[in-house]
Write a protein that binds this ligand. Structure first.
Ligand SMILES: [Zn+2]
Ligand SMILES: [Zn+2]
Length: 441
């Protein structure tokens, strides 16, 4: 009777840069295991680690290592997508989708290194990486159903076999393959040693109907390449991109400035999360908390000094013991409010996070003002065409910088703004964006 250790390919676990998904999926395919056999033979933790790798793998990895008969823990680059991302919070590729080299996967081999969108080609085969089925074009997810593995291992979401010659074993020889991956691993490591995200970056999508608020926001591709370019003069010893990296900025323009936080603090004597309570979104009014900050007060004076119209108004007031800002809901979008909420949340843990919240709030109001003017004047301006914005704090060689950026829409963005409308569900403090046409139906 078969056991885990007698499965064909069980001992082929020592390829240093192979993903754990690839190893487990190959075990399943080579041994023609049914879902029943899979659940009997392969530890549940292994299956979770292999087929749900978008989660943080560290805790699971430690438990898995205790389960491996030869007592060898998995290395982070075998077990975790995150280990391969130069800056995980700027990653453009959706975590739930498997990305692959057609040549490598054709031989039943996959590495989590492929998941980094910044890597354009397989460093060994030099062919472009893909995340759709080479046969039918359907996206490839780690798994389709919560309780089946046999039908998901090395298959696309429509069931095509993407594993190719999985039984034929690995060609080229693992040593050669390994050597070509070491450089990519070292490149990611040297970047991560010198540049890290402190807060965010967070993303805001424009027009808001392109995203609904529950989704995890990822920047469109090019944001990381633009960041790398912008950091080069600040960190000259950083390795330049390799020929396999994507150096296109896409639609992104990024700026990095030395960060000096405007002084400010949340009211003291409150429970930490009390400052998050004021956030709410109604059909007419949107409310968010205000930290105590002289800088913020000055900025509000500046904003109030702008030409007043019925479309542009806001007021500060006090709710319980927290100052709040009240503004008409049509001024800012869901994703802007959600981004502010996320920054406010991290501001409870990070030094100068309150300052970033204050700065981002003012920037958001500035954008809202210009957008309002553009709409009132029925003008098509840059502000109406902007499609994404990012904002966050990063550390380069121990010094903190603020990184801000925006991406410009293609022409279709203008139409999207014209058809833009928001539908209100005040009890969920959210206004669901939808196209105006959809709402009329
Ligand atoms: Zn390859
Ligand atoms: Zn397919």
């Amino acid at each position: 009777m078969a056991t885990l250790t007698t499965l064909i390919g069980f001992h082929a676990r020592d390829r240093p840069f192979e993903s754990f998904y690839s190893y487990v999926a190959r075990l399943i395919r080579v041994n023609h295991l049914t879902d029943r056999e899979i659940r009997k033979l392969i530890p549940a933790d292994w299956l979770r680690l292999a087929f749900e790798p978008e989660h943080d793998a560290i805790a699971l990895m430690q438990r898995c290592s205790a389960l491996t008969p030869d007592e060898q823990p998995l290395e982070p680059h075998q077990a975790s997508i995150h280990a391969w991302l130069p800056m995980p919070s700027m990653e453009s590729h959706p975590f739930e989708r498997l990305r692959y080299c057609p040549e490598c996967l054709g031989q039943g081999w996959h590495s989590y290194a492929f998941q980094a969108r910044f890597l354009l080609r397989c460093p060994y085969h030099r062919v472009p990486l893909k995340d759709v089925c080479w046969s039918c074009g359907a996206p490839i997810a780690w798994r389709r159903h919560p309780h089946t593995y046999a039908g998901d291992a090395l298959r696309c979401t429509r069931g095509c076999d993407i594993g190719g010659n999985v039984i034929g074993g690995i060609l080229p020889p693992p040593d050669e393959l390994t050597a070509s991956w070491i450089m990519q691993w070292q490149w990611v490591q040297q970047f991560r040693r010198r540049v890290t995200a402190t807060n965010g970056p967070i993303y805001v999508m424009y027009p808001p109907c392109q995203r609904i608020w529950m989704e995890v926001d990822l920047p469109t591709s090019g944001a990381f390449a633009a960041l790398l370019d912008a950091t080069r003069s600040l960190a000259p010893r950083l390795s330049p991109p390799t020929p396999d990296h994507d150096t296109s900025h896409g639609a992104w323009t990024l700026a990095i400035e030395r960060w000096s936080a405007p002084p400010g603090h949340w009211p003291s004597g409150e429970a930490m999360d009390a400052v998050l309570h004021p956030f709410r979104r109604g059909a007419y009014e949107t409310v968010l908390p205000l930290p105590t900050s002289a800088w913020l007060d000055d900025q509000f004076e500046r904003l109030k000094g702008r030409e007043f119209s019925t479309h542009w108004s806001f007021e500060a007031r006090r709710e319980q013991s927290i100052d709040v800002l009240v503004l008409p809901s049509h001024l800012i979008t869901n994703t802007e409010l959600l981004a502010l909420y996320r920054i406010a949340m991290t501001s409870l843990e990070i030094d100068s996070g309150v300052g970033l919240y204050a700065r981002t709030l003012i920037d958001t109001l500035d954008i809202a003002y210009h957008r309002r003017c553009a709409w009132d004047g029925l003008e098509t301006t840059d502000i109406l065409n902007m499609s994404e914005r990012l904002d966050g704090l990063i550390q380069i060689d121990g010094q903190t910088f603020r990184v801000t950026g925006s991406a410009a829409c293609s022409g279709a963005g203008e139409q999207a703004w014209a058809a833009y409308a928001e539908q209100s569900y005040p009890d969920a403090w959210v206004i669901y964006p939808a196209s105006a046409q959809a709402l009329r139906r």
